[in-house]
Ligand binder design. Structure first.
Ligand SMILES: [Zn+2]
Length: 396
């Protein structure tokens, strides 16, 4: 079994160790050492990266009680050979801040509300704990305050070992299912947990504990939290984002939510006004178009290209056919073209037939009902489409 240096000295960054086994694994190699400071993925905490001699350590796993290093790079490796190991300390120390911060936050929630933490995940960006019931924003703020007070008090975080039955009598935050000797991580007079993770020496090194957000999860709640450097970076990002928004609006950060609410109200008002004006404009335009309708066969045809989107074409066509005796074919002024066709109630010619004939001639897709039909992506200039419609109209 690998001697785990991080168990008793989580601040050990460099070490020498002897290779006890090497195994090729596809493009990479798995490496067993007699001792290691590399942390393997376990207990919610991700593995360490770093170097072993000339090799890059790209993954570390716990396999049958051994620490298995997955290494990348060219080097001759022999059993018995001594390698110098160096772990990526920035990554590891960040993990230590998050993990110890998690113990303190989970304990704060238990002390205040007797709500246990069900699971913990230390992510690359944010970490989460799942708690057994939903906590209100005020309850979360109080637990966050308690947790940070423990940080400010800079309490010692110590490691000790105890037999499982002895540990049970010491009072663990969460009962352990493990047997044999347990590794206990203690935050002085605040928390005692069975944990194999790597932790800071004193709570002050956590830096700060902030809850980033929460959501309902499996009958309880999932809390996002950030500690130390992550909390500082998250604050910086929030400051820059809010700063940019308040500068644009010339307001204070505290005025942001009411300002957005006010703008949403104004926008809704303007949308309503715009809809009214669009309707009025369509009515006025419809008067002009109806007056210029061309008598072809039994109906009067409005054949026009109109500047606007599908909604505008539709509104205008439907406004026109409130008058009697009209069949309306409108295209957009763009190519590929939009097309709508509508008819007055007293006209018999089916609009879907008109649209189908034009789609057959110019491509695109569309369809509809006898009283209204539309199509898009007709591959021809509007004038060409309308000229074709005029020719077809004469035959209907
Ligand atoms: Zn832990």
């Amino acid at each position: 079994m690998t001697e785990r240096l991080y168990y008793d000295d989580p601040y050990c960054r460099e070490f020498d160790a002897t290779i006890v086994r090497v195994e090729p694994r596809g493009e990479v190699r798995a490496l067993w050492l007699d001792r290691s400071a590399f942390y393997p993925t376990s207990g919610g905490q991700p593995f360490d990266t770093g170097r072993l001699g000339p090799l890059a350590v790209v993954n570390v796993d716990d396999e049958d009680g051994d620490v298995v290093h997955v290494v990348q790079g060219e080097a001759d490796l022999q059993v018995g050979q001594v390698l110098h190991g160096a772990i990526d300390w920035t990554r590891r120390f960040d993990h230590m801040q998050q993990h110890t911060g998690q113990h303190v936050l989970s304990a704060a929630i238990v002390h205040r509300y007797q709500v246990p933490t069900i699971s913990f995940h230390l992510g690359a960006g944010v970490s989460t704990i799942d708690v057994a019931r939903e906590l209100s924003p005020a309850e979360l703020a109080a637990a966050e305050e308690d947790a940070n007070r423990v940080v400010f008090e800079n309490r010692p975080v110590t490691i000790r070992y105890a037999a499982a039955d002895e540990a049970a009598t010491l009072g663990l935050r969460k009962a352990s299912k493990r047997e044999g000797t347990l590794r206990l991580v203690e935050v002085e007079q605040f928390d005692r947990s069975a944990c194999g993770g790597s932790h800071v020496r004193q709570t002050g090194a956590i830096g700060a504990i902030v809850i980033g957000g929460w959501e309902r999860f499996r009958g309880g709640q999932r809390l996002e939290f950030l500690c130390g450097g992550r909390a500082v970076r998250a604050h910086r990002q929030l400051r820059d984002t809010v700063g940019a928004a308040v500068r644009l609006l010339s307001i204070l950060p505290s005025e942001l939510a009411p300002a957005v609410e006010r703008m949403q109200g104004e926008l809704r008002q303007q949308e309503r006004a715009l809809a009214t004006l669009t309707g009025e404009l369509a009515a006025a335009q419809a008067d002009g178009l109806a007056a210029a309708a061309e008598p072809i066969g039994t109906a009067r045809w409005v054949l026009r290209a109109v500047d606007g989107d599908a909604n505008r074409l539709k509104t205008l066509a439907l406004t026109l056919v409130t008058r009697p005796g009209l069949i309306v074919v409108l295209t957009s002024t763009t190519t590929p073209a939009l097309l709508v066709a509508a008819r007055s109630a007293d006209v018999g010619l089916p609009c879907d037939t008109v649209v189908k004939a034009l789609v057959a001639a110019f491509g695109g897709r569309g369809g509809g009902r006898p009283d209204f039909a539309q199509a898009g992506k007709l591959d021809a200039a509007p004038d060409t489409i309308l000229a074709k419609a005029r020719t077809l109209a004469a035959g209907w």
